[in-house]
Write a new protein. Structure first.
Length: 413
């Protein structure tokens, strides 16, 4: 019993020391090193089990087109992640190391966003540790998919806005849009929310930051627009995936809310030579299905919601007992703590949580309309970790106080 009390006193002293910025930075550095080592060690294990996923080859194909100086053949892709692949050698070890580096950077971002919101160094360190060991974070860091790159860019943008550095934040956000365009409509809303609600700036200042975002957007997107004009002979702002994604989630043959396997049953579709027109036809067919079948649309939206937020994978290849247990056992505690953090933190942090709620609500809604999949939940999971960290910090402090020792109460909810 005395040994337990001794351990608690030592842990209490260590936690109290995290209030020292130097100690906190050293602790975070240790966590970052653990994150890098863990991903490097598990990369061969995950690769051996998963193999090459179709999207991995797609990204590398786009990078190969860029390297050869030809127009990108893939009509559904965006250039952000393939550019990173190209800059790191076109795939293989360079891509893996870059992905791991971005995953470790995401750990740092999560720690800093958590501390910016809560003012609690321990909560920030716990959030960083949770993301370090979170199985899905490790999985996406070593499989060659774009999730880690996109999530890290979005976190960098979010952190920039949180700190009031709107130019840096917008630069990262546009890079994220070039990787995955689904957040494009949300970004101006986030800028206005951070400016007007979180930082309480004037309307004029908010419009200034929105204008800076627009300028950065035009500058960084312009090469992509030129490429698309050369390829399609007209202005295409993003890619030609919106029609396909909307249709795959909204048609008569969709029975489970997914979008991988579907029958494209549109008379004359394959007779259309214009690729842009094909995208429009798919979008119109999906909208027509929604308008003519509102009840079915609502039913499918519910199924998609369940697919997004189900604790274990839906896909058969990832639904083994072991993977299901690992998925549920890692996700459910974070989700429950996130609910607690949102409820208790609303009183303490107020407006600082609104951007997180906007992003989670927006992303969920987008995939309830289009395609539901566990994969599309991943960009929201860092923010669940951020919400989960403060109540976890409270639990840690409460446990250490249970023997009557005095522990610093800073950051308790």
């Amino acid at each position: 019993m005395s040994q337990i009390k001794f351990m608690r006193r030592n842990l209490s002293s260590m936690i109290a020391l995290t209030a020292d910025p130097v100690v906190e930075r050293r602790a975070l550095l240790v966590i970052l090193i653990v994150a890098a080592v863990l991903r490097l060690a598990l990369a061969p294990v995950v690769a051996g089990h998963v193999g090459y996923l179709p999207d991995v080859l797609s990204y590398r194909g786009i990078a190969a087109d860029m390297l050869a100086g030809r127009l990108i053949e893939n009509d559904l892709g965006m250039p952000g992640y393939p550019i990173m692949i190209l800059l790191t050698g076109g795939g293989g070890l360079g891509q893996l190391l870059a992905d791991i580096a971005f995953s470790v950077l995401a750990v740092w971002c999560i720690a800093r966003i958590t501390k910016e919101i809560t003012g609690d160094a321990l909560a920030g360190l716990l959030a960083a540790f949770l993301w370090t060991v979170y199985p899905f974070s490790i999985f996406y860091a070593v499989t060659g998919l774009s999730e880690t790159f996109f999530v890290t860019l979005f976190l960098l943008g979010f952190l920039g806005y949180q700190r009031g550095k709107f130019t840096l934040g917008s630069t990262a956000m546009v890079a994220a849009i070039l990787t995955r365009p689904s957040i494009e409509p949300l970004t101006p809303i986030l800028i206005l929310t951070f400016a007007l609600v979180v930082h309480r700036l004037s309307f004029r200042a908010a419009m200034k930051h929105l204008g800076i975002f627009a300028a950065i957007y035009v500058v960084l997107m312009a090469p992509w627009w030129w490429h698309n004009y050369e390829k399609y002979g007209r202005f295409v702002r993003l890619n030609l995936g919106s029609g396909m994604v909307l249709y795959s989630g909204n048609h008569a043959g969709n029975i489970d809310g997914g979008g991988v396997n579907f029958n494209l049953d549109i008379p004359g579709y394959y007779d259309i030579q214009d690729i842009v027109e094909r995208d429009r036809v798919l979008r119109d067919a999906a909208l027509r299905f929604i308008a003519e079948n509102p009840g079915r649309f609502v039913e499918l939206a519910g199924l998609k919601f369940m697919r997004i937020w189900r604790p274990w994978p839906y896909a058969a290849e990832y639904s083994s007992t072991f993977l299901s247990v690992v998925s549920a056992a890692s996700f459910m505690p974070i989700l429950l703590l996130a609910f607690a953090g949102a409820y208790m933190g609303a009183r303490r942090y107020g407006a600082k949580l609104i951007p997180i709620g906007l992003f989670i609500g927006y992303t969920t809604a987008v995939h309830m309309v289009t395609i539901g999949s566990l994969r599309y939940r991943f960009p929201m999971e860092p923010f669940l970790v951020i919400l989960a960290a403060p109540p976890l910090a409270w639990l840690v402090r409460h446990f250490l106080q249970s023997d009557g020792s005095a522990v610093a109460a800073k950051g308790r909810l």
